[in-house]
Design a binder for this molecule. Structure first.
Ligand SMILES: [Mg+2]
Length: 254
């Protein structure tokens, strides 16, 4: 796995200046397979039953109507079968809309409650985040998954309820992860200067956007992620785990 040791070591030297650590979720704290296979399958497998059980729920109807509006669709959602077909069709299209994500969160919430879903976290995530919290850093998540979905994952993770190590979650209500403005917005909310925040993500587009906003950005190249372009590796430091950051000295020495 690629690791640009020299550059990571340079970043590690900035540890004392860092106030907040922001992490992407899919491909960074959590495997792509969990999001793209486990969560997606659970959603599709339980969609029909969820619609059937909750068809008269006004919140569900509101989500379906908004999803139709956001996707500018002419599909019928007037009965359970039509709504189900509409949502299944959308599940393979990008970008996923905010209301669609609300529907996903409703269904995942049931899976997490029943224990059928357990949020995947790579084994180094909780130890590293705990260590950095003890060092006085605040840890945040920034994902295109809703704040609610992020909280569900960390509350019901394979490592137990670890939500307390997270100071807050950002989702696309602050803007797209590909836009530097979104990181400006986050910096404002955190009341931090750009050099006081570090962002980890497996996405070169996200890392570029964060970097344009002046945020220190590191690429996470997890096992099971899509291969990185050489140009991405040349541009940004790359680590294969948060543990690797600690190995390079990214911690407070007492
Ligand atoms: Mg990602």
């Amino acid at each position: 796995m690629a690791e640009n040791a020299a550059t990571v070591a340079d970043i590690a030297k900035l540890f004392n200046k860092i106030k907040c650590i922001i992490s992407d979720v899919e491909g960074t704290t959590t495997s792509l397979a969990f999001v793209r296979n486990t969560l997606k399958s659970y959603f599709l497998d339980n969609l029909h039953e969820h619609l059937t059980k909750n068809w008269d729920d006004s919140e569900l109807q509101d989500i379906l109507l908004k999803t139709k509006f956001e996707t500018d669709s002419s599909d019928s959602i007037s009965n359970i079968e039509d709504a189900c077909s509409f949502i299944i069709r959308l599940s393979d299209t990008e970008p996923i809309t905010y209301s669609f994500r609300q529907l996903q969160a409703r269904i995942w919430s049931e899976g997490y409650s029943s224990g059928e879903l357990k949020g995947h976290l790579f084994p180094d995530v909780v130890p590293a985040f705990k260590r950095w919290s003890q060092d006085g850093k605040r840890i945040f998540l920034y994902s295109s998954g809703l704040e609610l979905s992020q909280k569900l994952l960390f509350t019901n993770s394979i490592a137990g309820n670890v939500l307390e190590i997270i100071s807050g979650c950002f989702d696309t209500t602050v803007g797209s992860k590909y836009e530097p403005n979104s990181y400006d917005m986050i910096l404002k909310k955190l009341e931090c200067q750009p050099g006081e925040v570090i962002f980890f993500s497996d996405s070169i587009k996200e890392v570029k956007a964060a970097s344009k906003a002046g945020v220190i950005a590191v690429i996470m190249d997890r096992e099971g992620n899509l291969p990185l372009d050489q140009s991405a590796k040349d541009m940004f430091p790359v680590v294969s785990s948060f543990e690797a950051m600690i190995e390079h000295g990214f911690y407070f020495e007492y």
